[in-house]
Design a protein around this ligand. Structure first.
Ligand code: TXA
Ligand code: MG
Length: 319
C-alpha cells in the first residue's frame, strides 16, 4: 500500500498467519516488530495506551509521518508477532488511500516498508513490483510517495520524548507540540527501535558519503549541484535536489539510489548533505546504506514489472 512516507507491505494486524507472511515475503531474518497502521486516534486507542502528550502529538501530526510507541492496551487483539513479544506497540495513522483502506477494513494493518530486509525502501509501485516479482502480492499504485523516507518514530518516556528513528517530523516540531525535551537515540546505542540495525537500506554498490571527489567509474549522487569531481556521464549522475531543497531530496533519495544501483557500478559516491532539518534523517539513511556489511551474494535481477499493479489514484483521493 502507498503511504506518504514509503510503500508498506501490509496485512491484517490481528491475523498471525497474515503477519507471518509479511516476515516470510520480506525475508526479515528475525521477528523485528512492525508498525500497526490505523485510520484514526480512536482506532489507535483500542490497541495502545495514549497518555496526554502522546494524544497531543497524534492529534497534531496524524494522519502523517509520525509513529508513536506506546504501551499495549490490555484488550488488544493485535497479534503478538506484530510487536514481537514487546509490551509496547508502534502505531501510525497514514494519510491518503492507505487511511481510506484501513477505515474500510475496520482493523489495523501491520506494515513494514515494502522492500526486502536490509535493502532500499520503495517509494513507487514499480519499485515494489520489482522487489517482490514472483510473490503473490497485490501492489496498489498511489503514485510516488510525497515524503520519501520512513516516519519519525518517537516515544514519550520519563518526561521526555525519545526519537527512536529520525524522519520528516523533526525534534524541533516534537518539542514545540509536546512541551517536553526531546532526545534522539544515538545510532548503535541501546537499540530501542530493534530494526535500526547499523547496516540497512543497502544497495548492491558500495555507498560512500560526504564525497568531494568521486572514485573512478563511480556513480554520483549529488545534492545542491555541488558537482563533485568525477567521471560524469549523464546516466550515472543524479542530483537529489539541484536547488538544495531537503524535502525534494528526501522524496528522490530511494528512487535515485535504486536507479544508480541498477547500473551495477562498484561504488555510489554521495555529496555532502547539510545536517539540519530533514537532512538529519537523510544522512541517517545514507550512513546506514554506507555501513560495512557482508558482501551481498543474491544478484537482484531486474525482473519484468508485475502485472498485478492496481491504480489506487483512480479510485479515491490517492497521494
Ligand atoms: O514510514 C514508515 O514508518 C513505514 C510505512 C510503511 O509506514 N514503515 C516502516 O516500517 O518503516 P519498518 O518495519 O521498516 O520500520 C519499523 C521500525 C523498525 O525499526 C522497528 O524495529 C520499529 O519500527 N518498531 C516497531 N515496533 C516497535 C516498538 N514497539 N518499540 C520500538 N521500536 C519499534
Ligand atoms: Mg524498513
Amino acid at each position: 500500500m502507498p503511504t506518504e512516507t514509503v510503500y508498506g507491505l501490509a496485512a491484517d494486524a490481528t491475523s498471525g498467519v497474515a503477519v507471518a507472511k509479511i516476515f516470510e515475503v520480506k525475508k526479515r531474518p528475525r521477528f523485528n516488530p512492525l508498525i500497526a497502521h490505523v485510520s484514526s486516534l480512536e482506532m489507535a486507542r483500542a490497541y495502545g495506551v495514549f497518555d496526554a502528550v502522546s494524544t497531543r502529538l497524534a492529534e497534531h501530526f496524524w494522519p502523517g509521518p509520525l509513529t508513536l510507541v506506546v504501551n499495549k492496551s490490555s484488550g488488544s487483539n493485535i497479534h503478538d508477532l506484530v510487536s514481537a513479544g514487546l509490551d509496547t506497540i508502534a502505531i501510525r495513522c497514514p494519510g491518503g488511500s492507505a487511511r481510506q483502506m484501513i477505515e474500510a477494513f475496520g482493523r489495523p494493518l501491520a506494515a513494514p516498508s515494502a522492500n526486502l530486509s536490509g535493502k532500499v525502501s520503495a517509494t513507487t509501485a514499480r519499485h515494489v513490483a520489482i522487489e517482490f516479482a514472483g510473490e503473490d502480492i497485490l501492489v496498489l499504485d498511489g503514485g510516488a510517495c510525497n515524503v520519501g523516507i520512513e516516519s519519525t518514530i518517537a516515544r514519550v518516556m520519563d518526561g521526555k520524548i525519545k526519537v527512536l528513528r529520525t524522519g520528516s517530523v523533526t525534534e524541533k516540531q516534537l518539542a514545540e507540540y509536546s512541551g517536553l525535551p526531546v532526545e534522539t537515540e544515538e545510532t548503535g546505542a541501546e537499540i530501542r527501535a530493534p530494526g535500526m540495525l547499523t547496516s540497512h537500506y543497502a544497495p548492491h554498490s558500495n555507498v560512500i558519503v560526504n564525497c568531494n571527489a568521486a572514485l573512478a567509474g563511480a556513480a554520483i549522487l549529488d545534492f545542491g549541484n555541488q558537482k563533485i569531481s568525477g567521471d560524469y556521464q549523464f546516466q550515472s549522475y543524479r542530483d537529489l535536489s539541484p536547488n538544495g531543497d531537503l524535502r525534494e531530496a528526501a522524496v528522490n533519495l530511494y528512487s535515485y539510489l535504486r536507479e544508480l544501483d541498477e547500473l551495477g557500478r562498484d561504488d555510489i559516491c554521495v555529496a555532502a548533505i547539510p545536517m539540519e532539518g530533514l537532512g538529519i534523517a537523510i544522512n541517517d539513511r545514507l550512513a546506514r546504506a554506507a555501513a560495512p556489511r557482508s558482501r551481498l551474494t543474491d544478484n537482484m535481477a531486474i525482473a519484468p514489472i508485475s502485472e498485478k499493479i492496481i491504480d489506487a489514484t483512480t479510485s479515491g483521493e490517492g497521494e
